[in-house]
Design a protein around this ligand. Structure first.
Ligand SMILES: Cc1cc2nc3c(=O)[nH]c(=O)nc-3n(C[C@H](O)[C@H](O)[C@H](O)COP(=O)(O)O)c2cc1C
Length: 431
């Protein structure tokens, strides 16, 4: 299903080799029923001619702020007004530097500065240019201005080097657009509560709430091998984490989803990292750090607390000595506590999940101490027996002073509510 039909995109193209990929991007966007207005920097026209994009898009291409073809001579304002968003792909290091500084010295930067719509950029540059502290400072600044980055990806580059800096492929950018332009209003049904009140609360759209922020989410179970055929795992399905990842993308965030062994399709518009063990999951989370206090970490995964000290090379036999009862267990890293206790300037807004058995009263008593132990801003409790493997969940949120119950509902609906709650908490924290 395409969410791009009858939508309109302003596509900015800057001076990088990857400009050739944007020709294909324009064609594929049109296949999805999207109209595209291309704006190029002067340097971009050195790589691909404006005529090529004009022929592909079926619209005149603009490069010049002084272009008299726009009726009121205000292309720097008018061209973005009818668009659902601006995507700059490729975004050069130079363009990002100018944008981060608020410069308006050509048509594209002026349009971006004067925009009222979301701005997504797909960086493309040599790996050293990408890693340069100046570029990284510009990236942080752009995110803090609400600009969302898609990519860059890793791989071989036009310059012959290998590393970060490759522009995402047209199909990947289209996935991001589909997710960003989804109609993310969730209509919900609260069986236990006044449906009218709840539905109106959930009609609050997510779009734009997490623009320019990174969100890292862990989901699903982990699997700790004992021998080549056996292991220890749990009943987590990953559905809650995946629903949250989808809602975070809809809110405009750059999402990394670290998934344990689950059989769920990857939501559009995010980066998925598949892992097996708790140690793999911890490593994947570590490699996404540091996150700034503007960013969010949500630990939904049911991570095994323990793993066998040693994985047997061969299958442990029932009739031989040294069976399963001899397995020695060692503690796994506590991923949530590691993130929650980072230094303040490198610590994201930290959200944890606590799945417990027993009664809801027991769960409520446990949330306070567990939240402090983990260093979480928000701890969300649920009863594992109600939730694991199911499509519905009842959640209890505790932020250190208030407890809020989200009555039984679909995980998509709960994810929507949680992203609203997180965006609200961030807004309050940042004043
Ligand atoms: C052959 C060639 C390839 C280039 N490729 C890139 C690139 O991939 N990414 C990038 O950021 N800059 C690249 N540059 C440098 C930019 O074109 C240059 O910084 C230019 O000023 C960008 O202008 P713009 O940001 O207005 O488009 C390249 C330059 C040359 C000559």
């Amino acid at each position: 299903m395409t969410r791009l039909r009858n939508r309109h995109l302003l596509l900015g193209i800057t001076g990088g080799i990857a400009a050739y990929k944007s020709c294909e991007l324009v064609r594929r966007l049109q296949d999805h029923g999207m109209s595209v207005q291309v704006v190029m920097t002067e340097a971009a026209t050195r790589f691909v001619s404006a005529m090529t994009f004009q022929a592909l898009s079926g619209r005149p291409v603009y490069t010049d702020a002084w272009d008299p073809r726009v009726a009121n001579h205000m292309p720097h304002i008018d061209l973005s007004r009818e668009a659902d968003g601006i995507l700059v792909a490729p975004a050069s290091a130079d363009f990002m530097a100018r944008l981060a500084q608020g410069q308006a010295n050509d048509l594209l930067t002026t349009l971006c500065l004067a925009r009222e719509v979301p701005l997504w950029i797909a960086p493309a540059m040599n790996r050293q240019m990408w890693q340069h502290p100046a570029t990284q400072e510009n990236v942080a600044r752009l995110r803090s201005h609400g600009v969302t980055l898609w990519g860059p990806g890793q791989g071989s580059q036009a310059c012959g080097e290998i590393g970060d800096g490759r522009m995402l492929e047209p199909a990947e950018l289209i996935d991001h657009l589909q997710a960003a332009l989804a109609d993310n209003t969730v209509v919900l049904n609260y069986p236990e509560h006044d449906p009218e009140a709840s539905v109106s609360a959930l009609r609050v759209p997510l779009r734009g709430l997490l623009d320019g922020r990174r969100v890292v989410i862990t989901a699903g179970p982990t699997f700790e091998p004992i021998d080549p055929v056996r292991g220890i795992t749990n009943r987590s399905s990953g559905k809650m984490g995946f629903a949250l990842a989808e809602a975070a993308v809809a809110a405009g965030a750059e999402v990394t989803l670290v998934a344990g062994p689950v059989s769920l399709a990857t939501p559009q518009g995010l980066r998925r990292v598949d892992v097996t063990t708790a140690q793999d999951m911890s490593d994947a989370v570590q490699s996404s750090l540091p996150l700034s206090p503007r960013d969010v970490f949500i630990g939904v995964a049911a991570v095994a607390d323990w793993r066998p000290a040693q994985v047997h090379d061969g299958k442990i036999k029932k009739d031989q000595g040294g069976g399963l009862d001899t397995v020695r267990w060692v503690e796994n890293p506590d991923i949530l506590a590691t993130v929650g206790h980072r230094p303040a300037d490198q610590r994201p807004f930290t959200v944890g999940f606590a799945a417990e058995t027993g009664t809801e009263e027991g769960l409520l008593n446990l949330l306070g101490p567990k939240r402090s132990r983990k260093g979480a801003d928000l701890l969300i409790g649920n009863l594992a027996t109600d939730t694991f493997g199911k499509d519905l969940a009842r959640l209890v949120l505790f932020d250190g002073s208030h407890t809020q119950v989200l009555p039984t509902n679909t995980k998509a609906a709960q994810a929507h509510q949680l992203i609203l709650a997180i965006a609200d908490a961030l807004r309050k924290e940042e004043g």
